[in-house]
Each structure stands twice: as structure tokens, then as C-alpha cells.
Design a protein around this ligand. Structure first.
Ligand code: HSE
Length: 306
């Protein structure tokens, strides 16, 4: 294979209670990336003209992933990566992860599929480390594996793909203020109370159990976050109003998407997710903050060749 084009999905990390260990992929939002083999042993990046992201491969998340993969494989070719960036950077729906995971997938195809999904996650984490200073995997894992992906362990890395109930839909609102993951990690408390940890463990276990038993109400009840949301919500204008609006509109539950500022809600059925979108829209329409809203099924396959 000398050339391919892919869709690299946006992802919602943390899923309220599961900071750094759980995420899911979306179907309707993502970047498109084209990979072309070159005879020059170089990695080259192109981006849309209006993008502020770096094209220097050493400073670009897709670039660092590709360089490392080609080096490790001792490849005798280079790669041109054309990124059609559709996920806004700093949106909280895995913008850097889509480029990193997309690069891992695309370069692996050009190499003849020599790496497995777990290895692709490990390479993609290099991009996350460049973007936020921390190699978290809860966006890149669902982008690569699809569906809900659990990072059971970081050392050694173990990713488990979970069941995704097929009536589950996600609504995401992205208020257009930029929140850098690096900054929103620095403000988190380093220690937590045991009683908060106990509650959080209960919710994580409840969420996983709900995903397998397809118990939508249990999934909803488990979307609680005692640890991260109280701190990060300070960066998100009208966070608690949006939350009240989606619960009143019939969502199962929700919270901050990744490190924010996007806010997500899960619903049973697409119609319900559209209702939630309407409720969220009403809240932000009262402000002068621009916003985007996406309604999406859970993307069960992750990156797709298009
Ligand atoms: N788990 C990461 C964080 C996700 O919350 O910082 C960032 O998208």
C-alpha cells in the first residue's frame, strides 16, 4: 500500500468518573488524514491554511508518532501526512488524539500492518505527551479500538475494549473557549479523600457493569465525578446550567468531556440525544459565546479507511 485516507474520530475521555482510564469514540466528528509513501526518508506534514498547528514534524503530534514508528521499523521510505483538521484544538473531544492515533494507524498500514492495536496506542501516546505533557491513553485508545476502551493499566499498558450498548447516543456541546489540557491537569488536586475514592470506584464499576448489562439507567446513575469535575467546571461558563438542562431534558447523565471545555451527555436513542442538544443550545444561546453541538452514535470501530 502506497497511499490511504482515513477518518480519525473525536473521542470523549474520562466519561465523568473514570479519569485517564476510559473513553469512547464518536461517529460524526473527526479529522481526515491522507498518508502517502515518499522515497525521501522524511516525515512531512500539511495542514489547512487557517490552522495554527505546527507543520514541523518534531512539533506536530502526528509527526512525532510517525517518526518514531518509521525509525523503530527501520523503514526505507518516508511519509507525507495531509491532515484535514476538523476537530478544533483545545475542544476537549480528543483533537490531538485523533491526529496521533490517525498517524499511528496510517503509518502502520504503509508499513504493512506490523504493529497490533496495543502497540499503536503506545505510539499514539507519544503525540499526547507532546500535546499535554502527559502520555494519557484515554482518547487514543478508543480512537484506535473503537467503542468504549478501558485503560486497565498504564505500566504495562493494557487496553480492554468494552461493550457499547447500541441505543447509546452522545450529545456534545463545545463552547468556543480554549482550555489547554496541560493547564487543566495542573490545577487538579494531587491527593483525594478516601471517601471520595470509594464513591468514584463504585461509579466506575457501575458504569462498566451498566455497559455490559445494557442497563441504561445504571449507566446514567454512574456518570458522577467527585474528584475532577468540581475543579475543572470552574473553567467552563454555565457548566452547572448546562448539566441541569440536559438532565431536565431526559439525558441519562453526563459531565465534562476530557479536560473540557466541551460538555457531553449520554442518552438512550437518537431522538432523546437531539432533545438534549436543543436544551444545551438554549443555555448557550443566552450568552455571547459561540458554540458547536454534535449528536453522535458511539463509533464501535474507531478509525476508518475512507
Ligand atoms: N484524561 C485526560 C484529562 C483527557 O482529563 O486530562 C484529556 O482529553
Amino acid at each position: 500500500m502506497d497511499k490511504l485516507k482515513i477518518f480519525a474520530p473525536a473521542t470523549v475521555a474520562n466519561v465523568s468518573c473514570a479519569f485517564d482510564i476510559l473513553g469512547f469514540a464518536l461517529d460524526t466528528v473527526g479529522d481526515e488524514m491522507t498518508f502517502t509513501k515518499t522515497t525521501e526518508k522524511l516525515v512531512q506534514i500539511t495542514l489547512p491554511e487557517n490552522s495554527n498547528l505546527p507543520t514541523d514534524p518534531l512539533k506536530n503530534v502526528a509527526g512525532v508518532v510517525a517518526i518514531e514508528m518509521l525509525k523503530k521499523a527501520n523503514a526505507d521510505f518516508g511519509v507525507l501526512i495531509e491532515i484535514d483538521k476538523r476537530i478544533k484544538p483545545g475542544s476537549g473531544i480528543g483533537s490531538s488524539a485523533a491526529s496521533s492515533a490517525g498517524a499511528a494507524y496510517g503509518v502502520n498500514r504503509l508499513l504493512g500492518d506490523i504493529y497490533d492495536n496495543a502497540e499503536l496506542v503506545q505510539f499514539a501516546m507519544l503525540g499526547e505527551a507532546l500535546a499535554s505533557g502527559v502520555a494519557h491513553a484515554d482518547n487514543v485508545a478508543p480512537a484506535i479500538f473503537g467503542g468504549f476502551a478501558l485503560v486497565r493499566s498504564y505500566s504495562p499498558l493494557e487496553v480492554i475494549k468494552l461493550n457499547s450498548p447500541n441505543e447509546l447516543f452522545c450529545t456534545v456541546i463545545h463552547p468556543q473557549i480554549e482550555v489547554k489540557t496541560e493547564k487543566s491537569r495542573k490545577i487538579l488536586k494531587k491527593n483525594i479523600l478516601l471517601k471520595d475514592a470509594v464513591e468514584q470506584w463504585g461509579n466506575i464499576a457501575g458504569l462498566i457493569s451498566g455497559l455490559y448489562s445494557e442497563d441504561y439507567d445504571l449507566i446514567g446513575r454512574s456518570l458522577q465525578d467527585k474528584i475532577v469535575e468540581p475543579v475543572r467546571s470552574l473553567f467552563i461558563p454555565l457548566f452547572y446550567d448546562v448539566k441541569k438542562s440536559f438532565m431536565d431534558a431526559g439525558a441519562l447523565g453526563g459531565g465534562i468531556s476530557g479536560s473540557g471545555p466541551s460538555v457531553f451527555a449520554l442518552s438512550r436513542g437518537e431522538k432523546q440525544a437531539e432533545k438534549v442538544a436543543e436544551a444545551m443550545r438554549k443555555v448557550y444561546s443566552q450568552t455571547n459565546i459561540d458554540f458547536d453541538i454534535h449528536v453522535s452514535a458511539i463509533n464501535s470501530v474507531g478509525i476508518k479507511e475512507i
